[in-house]
Design a protein around this ligand. Sequence first.
Ligand code: UD1
Ligand code: CA
Length: 475
Amino acid sequence: MSANATNNTTMNTPDKLTVIALAAGKGTRMKSPLPKVLHPVAGRPMIEKVILASKGAGATEVRVIVGHGQNLVRQVVEPMGVSCYAQDEQLGTAHAVRCAKPETIEGDVVIMNGDHPLIESSDIKEFLRIFRDEKCDLAVVTAELKVPGEFGRIVRNRGELVAIVEAKDASAEALKIREINTGIYIAKASVLAEYLPQIKNNNAKKEFYITDLISLCIQDKLKVQAIKSTPKVAVGVNNQVELAKATRLLFKRKALRLMEEGVLMIDPRTAYIEESVQIGPGTVVYPNVFIRGRSKIGSFSVIESNSFISDSDIGDSVQVRGGTYLESSKLHNKVSVGPYARLRPETEICEEAHVGNFVEMKKTKFGKKSKAGHLTYLGDAEIGEEVNVGCGTITCNYAADKKKYKTKIGDRVFVGSDTQFVAPIEVGADAVIGSGSTITKNVPANALAVARGKQFIKENYVAKAPVVETETENQ
Ligand code: UD1
Ligand code: CA
């Protein structure tokens, strides 16, 4: 089919897609005070993953069913531009979908459980393509599992889909079925509006099951299909063990994608890199590294073990040595930091600068080719280019009036070891600060400043110790 023909087909059927995400359940099996769908999977609330996948698949509208802990859930999902529909009593998954008012929807509807965080846009698009190509009225996405556990079972008769039976209601025979209901359904909105009200709650849990939609529609000779997918789509979260498994799988998926793009991973099993993170080809990630949020790392950089990097922008050929902690910081090309450095928010390290071990910075701009090799604290500071900050330097930025003050140090300044800058303070370019100084007054450019007690010598100060007779000597 030519590109034109494809375009024509889409133009003829302006398909609207609405996603209904079920997120009202308590998640009793999580045994946690947090609503289930807010539990983080690889760093983000699981409901967020479901919403992002829906939007990525082209959903024009996402309706989230909220109930348990809905105040909290709304706070997370509403800023993502979705609408929330309250289900005040959790009477089952069919009841939950009814709360989304399907009679007010046009076009196709994808229904998903909010506890399936591994779902991706490409999966939803593929299910929808099959649903539309086959001109279905209703479809359920299934998967074949080695251990079908608590999942609803897909009952077929001579290969034809007949019904979904919940594990709790299933006969010993039905429990042996390994094809399960992933909890993803696609339906024409009109089908939902007509058949949902017909569902009854005569089952083990006395709940209205969405799964009963399948047999109801089949009885009425609608076109109902099971779309067989992969076990990945079936990964749901009902307890803490499943939550940890889902997290592990998402980190694994991310590590594989990064390797496909040319990132070197010494042990991808211990790379904890969130989905949103970008890393350029040729960068090496050592074992046991955590990289979060909006972090971006360029090419040919090295991230050593036990580093924690959050919302930071790291350039090319940067060395992040072991045990380094970076938060909302910017590291330009060819910078090296650590081992054991801590850069707090709003820190910027300019090109070719070096930040060594046990150095902490906060709200500090550290100029090109400058060095702070050891045991230093720089807070609310502006450090020029090619500055040498000696070991044990401290900016005293926090004053007794509980306010923060700035330290400004010009280009090429030499700061001797064990210096304190009592802010607010400015040091002009090329100045030299003697070791052990407590600088309380501004230092002009090119000057030498020394502020420490003078050394004095008292010759023969230590008197010769008197001889003490001991018992041993008397014997
Ligand atoms: C459900 C399916 C099961 C399927 C499995 C896939 C039913 C009856 N069973 O079982 O066939 O194999 O998902 O994971 O649908 N929810 C509400 N309101 C309610 C009840 C549930 O919003 O009244 C939400 C929950 O928050 C959750 C989702 O619906 O996100 C699924 O509910 P859950 O109780 O986890 O269903 P399962 O027992 O897993
Ligand atoms: Ca579930």
